[in-house]
Write a protein that binds this ligand. Structure first.
Ligand code: AR6
Length: 179
């Protein structure tokens, strides 16, 4: 499903983030930037060792709610933006931190003149964030950013499984048909 947000496109699809040809892809990383399972493992696996080498050379970790950028190694995408979402705890800080992880990623796009990015569903796997709540935060944060940042032409959410895709699609419909 696609929606137009001001001058930009916001899209949700079911698929594999490692196969996306957007200029950047987002990663759901941990604050040690140490690699791991889930989408992080898939991105490092497909992108090759240069991504971890660059992370180690340039950054000493990344706080939760923030993001760092590297090249994309063997991926089609030229850049990977490693965002660190919160481990779900039920605290009022969870939504703030999740929103901030997306916003900081988008700010890195603006700073690096990246006009298209694909995101996975940050925090909703190993970190246990309930998908509907997380999808609302993710989509709202992106929509708010796109309103002020027409330089970003495309944001695509790439959901791995059909259940998560269905939730994102439903929430995007709701957010874009509301007056
Ligand atoms: N493409 C798109 N989405 C994917 C892919 C893929 N190839 N593979 C998995 N997903 P998770 P988190 C989905 O657990 O909850 C790592 O160990 C997955 O189905 O990858 O933020 C890190 O190093 C789920 O919907 O990320 C951290 O330690 C979503 O991606 C920790 O996990 C996010 O699930 C981060 O946990």
């Amino acid at each position: 499903m696609k929606a137009t947000i001001h001058q930009s496109t916001l899209e949700v699809i079911q698929g594999d983030i490692t196969q996306q040809d957007t200029e950047a892809i987002g990663n759901a990383a941990n604050s040690a930037l140490a690699g791991g399972g889930g989408v992080d493992g898939a991105i490092h696996g497909a992108g090759g060792h240069s991504i971890m080498s660059e992370l180690k050379a340039k950054y000493k970790g990344c706080p939760t709610g923030s993001a760092v950028i590297t090249g994309g190694g063997n991926l089609k995408a030229r850049y990977v933006i490693h965002a660190v979402g919160p481990r779900y705890s039920g605290s009022p800080k969870d939504p703030e931190l999740l929103s901030s992880a997306y916003r900081k990623s988008l700010e890195l796009c603006t700073q690096n003149k990246i006009s298209s990015i694909a995101f996975p569903s940050i925090s909703t796997g190993i970190y246990g964030y309930p998908v509907e709540e997380a999808s609302r935060i993710a989509l709202k944060t992106v929509m708010d950013y796109l309103k002020d940042h027409p330089e970003i032409k495309l944001v695509r959410f790439v959901l791995f499984d059909s259940k998560t895709y269905g939730v994102y699609e439903g929430v995007l419909k709701e957010l874009t048909t509301r007056k």
